[in-house]
Design a protein around this ligand. Structure first.
Ligand code: ZN
Length: 196
């Protein structure tokens, strides 16, 4: 899709600086070395003292496309990265949550918006930064929002008002483009793609 080629930042970029290679053992604090464990096929951070192996796996980012009449709710970020840019409400899935619960929680935390969750709408692999982004369709129950500290402003946008050049992340742009395409044809289908 052409939208994949557009410039922008992925939500995953926030982890680029954080997901540097592991330096120390989580169990005992000794410096680790990267090598392939027996019966494995890739390098892992292995402790030279206690032998603990630290596995690193992709993180899930979950969010929603909250809709009120013909408008979509966006949040203006009050945190880095991409401070001041607009995003769909989304964030990292927590342990103990389903993806649906995480999407609901993030929508509440970032926008203070009451929603009814709909079906999964986009699944985007952001392999470069080790993340999978999942957005659900959602229907807003109210157009009154109470944004949390991570959000400067939460407001509704009609399609012609979307600040395409001020969107924080490529996965948000791809999801919004897909949303408006689906609405034009009157059929909402799950979109899966890889953000390279
Ligand atoms: Zn150790």
């Amino acid at each position: 899709m052409s939208c994949i080629e557009q410039r922008g930042t992925t939500l995953g970029a926030m982890l680029l600086s954080q997901r540097t290679r592991i330096q120390h053992c989580r169990a005992c604090g000794t410096a680790v070395a990267y090598r392939v464990p027996p019966d494995d096929n890739r390098e892992r951070a292995i402790c030279g003292r206690c032998g603990h192996i630290q596995y690193e796996n992709p993180l899930n980012v979950v969010g929603t496309v909250p809709v009120w009449e013909d408008k979509v709710l966006l949040c203006r970020r009050n945190i880095e990265p991409r401070h001041g840019f607009w995003t769909l409400p989304a964030g990292f899935l927590e342990l103990g949550e389903t993806t649906a619960h995480g999407a609901l929680r993030e929508t509440d935390e970032e926008a203070g918006a009451l929603i009814e969750l709909g079906p999964l709408f986009s699944l985007l692999n952001v392999v470069q930064v080790g993340q999978v982004h999942l957005f659900y369709l959602a229907t807003l129950k109210s157009d009154v929002f109470h944004p949390g500290p991570e959000t400067i402003e939460a407001r509704l946008f009609a399609e012609h008002e979307i600040p395409w050049d001020e969107l924080a992340f490529r996965t948000v742009k791809v999801t919004l483009q897909h949303f408006f395409e689906c609405r034009r044809v009157g059929q909402f289908a799950l979109h899966c793609s890889d953000i390279g």
